[in-house]
Design a protein around this ligand. Structure first.
Ligand SMILES: [Zn+2]
Length: 84
């Protein structure tokens, strides 16, 4: 884990948005951090992040959960125990 944090530092110094780097790895289920693709670098319009549960791009509110960003309808389902 210490190595992963060091990698994050390197990415931060390289101008990467570390929060998005973490999101990318979380959503993809990776155990390591990788630089963001060019279209996710700061200054470029970011595509809507897809919900980590239903995979539909999130336009409104979302909640950060262990699997990644989850849209509000999915979060509501989760709270009601509807996730399998
Ligand atoms: Zn969803």
């Amino acid at each position: 884990m210490r190595l992963a944090i060091k990698k994050l530092d390197v990415l931060r110094i390289a101008g990467q948005n570390v929060e998005l780097v973490i999101d990318q790895s979380t959503i993809s289920g990776w155990t390591k951090f990788y630089p963001l693709p060019k279209d996710m670098l700061p200054g470029v319009t970011q595509k809507n992040t897809a919900c980590a549960h239903c995979e539909i791009p999130i336009n409104g509110a979302y909640t950060r959960m262990s699997i990644g960003k989850v849209c509000d309808p999915c979060r509501r389902d989760y709270m009601e125990g509807k996730w399998s």
